[in-house]
Design a binder for this molecule. Structure first.
Ligand SMILES: [Zn+2]
Length: 145
């Protein structure tokens, strides 16, 4: 049993190292504050209690943000619409989850031209994704996932 725990611990450390290069602040605008994750661990699951609050601030579809996180964590999970919580099928620390959400914010929310978060994500029929900025009008192609 202790062996299993140390494996999970190593995986967590690896993820922390992987995401330690992500800058702490992705936006220079004070009004844009993404809430830190509130996490509980139940068995081998991780529950993000305030997932809906986070995606509301990001103004993104919860299912899109979920897909991003699950892909990064290489695991499965489920979003509960009633409670607004996201369950992830592995144990992962809040540090790692916060870094991943910062990474999502940097890539899929913040306009690279003006640095503002007032953007929307448009999916074209060609399957290309474009980040459209409502502040400066810039249209930036982003990597679909
Ligand atoms: Zn912009």
């Amino acid at each position: 049993m202790s062996g299993e725990q140390s494996t999970m611990f190593d995986y967590d450390k690896l993820l922390e190292r992987l995401y330690s290069k992500v800058p702490k602040r992705v936006s220079k605008y004070e009004r844009f504050e993404v809430p830190p994750v509130q996490v509980i661990h139940i068995g081998s699951q991780t529950i993000i209690k305030n997932f809906r609050d986070i995606v509301d601030v990001l103004r993104r579809d919860p299912r899109l943000v979920m897909r991003f996180l699950l892909r990064e964590l290489a695991t499965a999970g489920s979003y509960d619409e009633d409670s607004g919580m996201l369950a992830v099928n592995i144990r992962v620390s809040s540090t790692v989850l916060n870094k991943m959400i910062q990474m999502f914010t940097k890539q899929y929310v913040i306009c690279p031209t003006c640095g503002r978060p007032d953007t929307k994500l448009e999916k074209l029929k060609s399957r290309a994704w474009i980040l459209v900025c409502e502040a400066c009008g810039a249209e930036t192609p982003v990597k679909p996932f």
